[in-house]
Design a protein. Structure first.
Length: 331
């Protein structure tokens, strides 16, 4: 069967420079991306739906501690974890999302249940967890989300007494180093790669349908109750067979204000431009108007794939059915 089926994933964007990345760490990221792409590709090659492929890819990204979603999520200002996720089916325009969940192991699975089992689109906090529990989803102790790397980042951000996007890490690192004798903070950046952290997937299946999913721990030291773009349909996630499927990563407040994911679809729909032109316009022209940094991945019903970003790098990759997965990090 001739198929355009394809999956693309991202694991965050930001100032990711080859020079600051240890070769073994780079290999870890590339291996993780390729393995997860292969899992999504397998679903598509067996005739599975784009929705199943993006859900599974994001579930695996959530389970991987390298990425800021699920296990490996960043800390809030209270030292807790509040997770957001969304998923959308381009075939039906059905969508599901959860935000501020603290004990659901895989928020993307909860989002999928909202899509399928609820008349609503977005559940928050306790209500989201009650829904997930009623759906029989797996719960974990909050310690499951703890990773030492994220804890150190939180300690640095607390020193700044403000919420901290991962990409602000270098500034903080310089500061921490300058104050080295005056404080006991570890001398490392919030994130050595100054990357944004969120994960996402978009796919086109052999039946011509697209889907998108996004999941995140948000931003380090965020205020309790802060919600970013990731769980908001139209901002961090969007899918419509008539145009495209989109998942974003970056400074969430700017992506919300630009309704970034939907803007890609809207430009295709109302301006009649290609996926590539629409996505490039949003990432390279619209978001920079308000200092929005980050990127997105998108696929259309013809199997075109774009992965634009306005930062130095973005953990990303795509895999076409029948071809080897392609994973990359730098611009
Ligand atoms: N967009 C995410 C948020 O604002 C964070 C990120 O992608 O790094 O929650």
């Amino acid at each position: 069967m001739k198929s355009n089926a394809v999956i693309a994933i991202h694991g965050g964007a930001g100032t990711i420079l080859r020079a600051s990345m240890a070769p073994e760490v780079e290999t870890q990221y590339l291996d993780a991306l390729s393995g997860i792409l292969a899992a999504g590709q397998r679903i598509l090659s067996e005739g599975g739906s784009a929705l199943d492929a993006v859900e599974e890819a994001v579930r695996l990204l959530e389970d991987c501690p390298l990425f800021n979603a699920g296990h490996g999520a960043v800390f809030t200002s209270a030292g807790t974890h509040e997770l957001d996720a969304s998923i959308m089916d381009g075939r039906t325009l059905e969508a599901g999302a959860v935000c501020c969940v603290t004990r659901v192991r895989n928020p993307v699975l909860a989002a999928r249940r909202v899509l399928e089992q609820s008349e609503h689109v977005l559940f928050t906090g306790e209500g989201a967890e009650a829904f997930a529990a009623a759906q029989g989803l797996e719960f974990v102790d909050s310690s499951y989300f703890h990773t030492d790397a994220r804890y150190r980042q939180w300690q640095l951000a607390r020193g700044e007494a403000r919420a901290m996007l991962d990409h602000d890490g270098a500034t903080l690192e310089a500061k921490a180093a300058a104050n080295a004798s005056a404080d006991s903070l570890p001398h490392e950046p919030i994130d050595p790669n100054r990357k944004f952290g969120t994960v996402g997937a978009v796919a086109l299946d052999a039946h011509g349908h697209v889907a998108a999913a996004t999941s995140t721990g948000g931003i380090t030291n965020k205020q309790v109750g802060r919600v970013g773009d990731a769980p908001l349909i139209g901002a961090g996630c969007y899918a419509d067979d008539a145009t495209c499927a989109v998942s974003t990563t970056g400074s969430g407040e700017m992506f919300m204000r630009m309704v970034a994911a939907y803007d890609v679809a809207a430009q295709m729909k109302y301006r009649g431009v290609s996926l590539s032109e629409a996505a490039t316009n949003v990432v390279m022209e619209q978001l920079p108007r308000i200092d929005g940094r980050g990127g997105l991945i998108a696929v259309d019903a013809q199997g075109n794939v774009v992965l634009p970003f306005n930062t130095e790098g973005m953990y990303r990759g795509y895999a076409r059915v029948g071809e080897a997965p392609v994973a990359s990090i730098y611009a």
